[in-house]
Design a protein around this ligand. Structure first.
Ligand SMILES: [Fe+2]
Ligand SMILES: [Fe+2]
Length: 279
C-alpha cells in the first residue's frame, strides 16, 4: 500500500497505519511501528478477514490447548505460546479496525482512538515477546493452526461502546485471570522467561481494562455500569466470558474501578450453563 505522508510531517495518517496493519499479510506488517497523525476520516468497510497469507492464514483445524500440568514439555509450551500470540495478533487487527470504523469528529472521538492506539502498540509488544520466546524454543509463529474466533466478533462491534464492552471488559478482563494463572504455572515449572512475559502482559492488561471501563463510565449516563455493560454485550457473549481461571476479584476491582460492577460479575450465573445443568 502507498503510504501518504502528511504535508508538514513525516507521520503516517492513522488510517494508513491501521490499514497497513489490518490488510497487510505478513508478521512484519502486523508489527508496523510508526508515529501517526490524526487528521481525516473516510468510511471503511470491515473486510471479511484481516490480511493474512501463508503461515499466518486462518485454519479450520482445531488444536487442543495443553493441560496445565503438561506445560513443561517443549512442544506443549510452544502450543500455549502460539495460542497466546494468536490472541495478541487478533487484538492488534481488531484495534486497527476500531481506529478505522469509529466516529472521528469530536475531541473525545480522537482521544478514545489514541487510547486504542496505545493498547495496539502494547499488543504488538506482547506478540513480539511471544514470538521471540517461540523461536527460542525452536518453533515459529504459524507452526500450529490459527483460529479466528475473536475476529468473528468484530462485525458485531458497530459502536465504540460495543467494542469496549467486548474487548476491554470481557476478553481483556478475562485475561487478567488467565495471564496470572499461566504466569504461575510456567513459574512453577521453572520457565521464568515465559512467566515474565505473562507478567508484562498482565500489567498492560490492567491498563487496557481500565481504559475500556473509563470510557464506558462516560457513555453510560445515568445507568449503572453493570446494567449498561449487559445491555451492550452482543449475543451469544455473556459476562461469564469476563472471568478467567482463578477469577481474581481484587484485580478486576482495581482494573474496572467499580465495586458494584465486580460484585455483580461475581454473582453472575451463565444462563447457558444453568440451562445445561437443569436438563
Ligand atoms: Fe496483549
Ligand atoms: Fe490488551
Amino acid at each position: 500500500m502507498q503510504h501518504r505522508l502528511s504535508e508538514n510531517t513525516d507521520k503516517l495518517s492513522y488510517q494508513d497505519f491501521a490499514r497497513s496493519i489490518l490488510e497487510g499479510e505478513t508478521l512484519e506488517s502486523k508489527l508496523l511501528a510508526a508515529p501517526v497523525h490524526w487528521e481525516g476520516w473516510s468510511p471503511y468497510e470491515i473486510p471479511r478477514h484481516p490480511g493474512r497469507k501463508g503461515r499466518l492464514a486462518f485454519s479450520e483445524k482445531q488444536i487442543k490447548f495443553p493441560k496445565a500440568h503438561h506445560l513443561s514439555g517443549r512442544e506443549n509450551k510452544a502450543i500455549a505460546l502460539h495460542s497466546f500470540a494468536n490472541h495478541e495478533l487478533l487484538a492488534i487487527e481488531m484495534m486497527a479496525t476500531a481506529l478505522l470504523i469509529y466516529p472521528h469528529e469530536t475531541e473525545d472521538d480522537v482521544r478514545f482512538k489514541k487510547g486504542i492506539l496505545t493498547a495496539l502498540r502494547d499488543e504488538q509488544k506482547h506478540l513480539s515477546l511471544y514470538v521471540g520466546r517461540l523461536r527460542e524454543l525452536d518453533f515459529d509463529f504459524g507452526d500450529f493452526p490459527l483460529n479466528d474466533y475473536f475476529w468473528r466478533q468484530m462485525e458485531k462491534l458497530t459502536t465504540p461502546a460495543a467494542y469496549t464492552a467486548v474487548m476491554a471488559l470481557t476478553f481483556e478482563a478475562a485475561n487478567l485471570d488467565f495471564a496470572q494463572y499461566y504466569a504461575r504455572i510456567f513459574r512453577e515449572s521453572g520457565d521464568l522467561q515465559t512467566a515474565e512475559i505473562l507478567d508484562t502482559v498482565l500489567a498492560d492488561e490492567v491498563a487496557h481494562v481500565a481504559f475500556g471501563a473509563h470510557w464506558m463510565k462516560k457513555w453510560k449516563q445515568d445507568a449503572d455500569l453493570w446494567t449498561y455493560y449487559q445491555s451492550i454485550l452482543p449475543w451469544p457473549l455473556t459476562p461469564a466470558r469476563s472471568r478467567g481461571i482463578d477469577f481474581d476479584v481484587d484485580l478486576h476491582r482495581r482494573a474496572v474501578g467499580d465495586d458494584s460492577f465486580v460484585k455483580s460479575l461475581v454473582a453472575f450465573e451463565d444462563p447457558f450453563k444453568v440451562t445445561k445443568r437443569t436438563r
